[in-house]
Design a protein around this ligand. Structure first.
Ligand SMILES: Cc1cc2nc3c(=O)[nH]c(=O)nc-3n(C[C@H](O)[C@H](O)[C@H](O)COP(=O)(O)OP(=O)(O)OC[C@H]3O[C@@H](n4cnc5c(N)ncnc54)[C@H](O)[C@@H]3O)c2cc1C
Ligand code: SF4
Length: 330
């Protein structure tokens, strides 16, 4: 690991000013992703600005019934929080499906959203990777790409976003509160992560130096009827091969409203708007759920080794929605 400076700021404004002033500075939260990448030589910050002691570690109810989650709330604390468990079980499920107990005790809300891709070539400094080293090529495009994208990839990068929490938050229309060098800014979670395009090294729409301070989750009347279904190579402690976050509201058997988002299919957590449109206002059946997934996946362009993801996502969509429909009916 290369030498680096370390600073623990007294407040948010000081933290942002420090990172803004240093082109190669990074915020340090739980360190479960950043420190690993520093050890591998993938990230080489010369200044770490530690956000762990900033007062950003509470979960607070909002007047509209929603939640405001501080950036440094640990994944374990968020999953176990009574308001989250009661009103947003989707978040608890997504969080508990991720990593291990020890990692969740360290990992923070903002760190989870901004964790880097698990593409193996990104982590291997001997291989070409446009994300790590712009202009060097993409070893995954025609290499081992089983775990990578089927939607919205570019010739420059076919990586996926690995966060489970981000998929759930995208489904819930969450909003990121960022403190940028120019001042505070709200960023809808659906607009936080970028498509890879020609610049996969630019992963978010945040300005350099932006500090995420909180995530707001608006009230959703049917949020308690929601689920997260994740398929992975091992039963625990593994990243998603494909995942779905779903919430369903039925009026009789007619879909009054629905939320659907997919994980491990694209460079960003994927809100499945076409599938939602297909479902809304129609009597719910497993066949309708399958047609909804097909509508979303019509745009899929599988790589050499991951065509299986298309039926996988279709199947977990049907399963998640029929489970929810059954629960609503009871
Ligand atoms: C073995 C293993 C298995 C895992 N499995 C899963 C899994 O199945 N699902 C899953 O979702 N995750 C998984 N993870 C990833 C884990 O959840 C992330 O490493 C963790 O959430 C990152 O949070 P952190 O607080 O440690 O972030 P850090 O490592 O401290 O930071 C990550 C990034 O976020 C930036 N950052 C941190 N806080 C802020 C802030 N407030 N504002 C702006 N930038 C900030 C940092 O600069 C850095 O770039 C796994 C990790 C490991 C090591
Ligand atoms: S898919 Fe993206 S992260 Fe992976 S090697 Fe290609 S450019 Fe790098």
């Amino acid at each position: 690991m290369r030498p680096f400076r370390y600073h623990r700021p007294a407040g948010v404004a000081e933290a942002v000013a420090l990172v803004d002033a240093a082109p190669n500075a990074a915020y340090l939260a739980g360190g479960t992703n950043l420190v690993d990448l520093m050890k591998l030589g993938v990230q080489r910050p010369d200044l770490l600005v530690d956000v762990n002691r900033l007062p950003l570690d509470t979960v607070d109810p909002l007047p509209d019934g929603g939640l405001r989650i501080g950036a440094t709330v640990r994944n374990s604390d968020l999953a176990a929080h009574p308001l989250v468990r009661r009103h947003h079980p989707l978040l608890t499920r997504a969080l508990l499906a991720a990593a291990s107990g020890q990692l969740r005790n360290m990992a923070t809300t903002a760190g989870n959203l901004l964790q880097r891709t698990r593409c193996v070539y990104f982590q291997d400094t001997a291989r070409a990777c446009n994300k790590r080293e712009p202009g060097s090529g993409c070893a995954a495009r025609h290499g081992q790409n089983r775990d990578l994208a089927i939607l919205d990839w570019s010739e420059w990068c076919v990586a996926t976003n690995p966060s489970d929490l981000a998929v759930a938050l995208v489904a819930l229309d969450a909003v990121v509160e960022a403190y940028e060098p120019d001042g505070p800014r709200d960023v809808p979670l659906t607009g936080l992560h970028r498509s890879p395009g020609e610049h996969p090294e630019r992963e978010t729409t945040l300005a350099h130096g932006a500090l995420i301070t909180a995530v707001r989750v608006p009230a959703l009347p049917f949020a308690h009827r929601s689920t997260y279904r994740k398929v992975r190579d091992r039963a625990s402690f593994a990243f998603a091969v494909g995942s779905v976050a779903a919430a369903l509201d039925l009026n009789g058997d007619v879909v009054r409203d629905v939320r659907l988002a997919y994980g491990a299919v694209a460079h960003r957590p994927w809100r499945a708007y076409r599938a939602e449109e297909t479902l809304r206002g129609r009597p719910f059946t497993a066949d309708l759920a399958a047609r909804a997934a097909d509508a979303e996946l019509a745009a899929a362009r599988p790589l050499t080794h991951n065509a299986f993801k298309v039926p996988l996502i279709r199947n977990i969509t049907v399963r998640a929605l029929t489970d929810l429909a059954g629960a609503v009916g009871r």
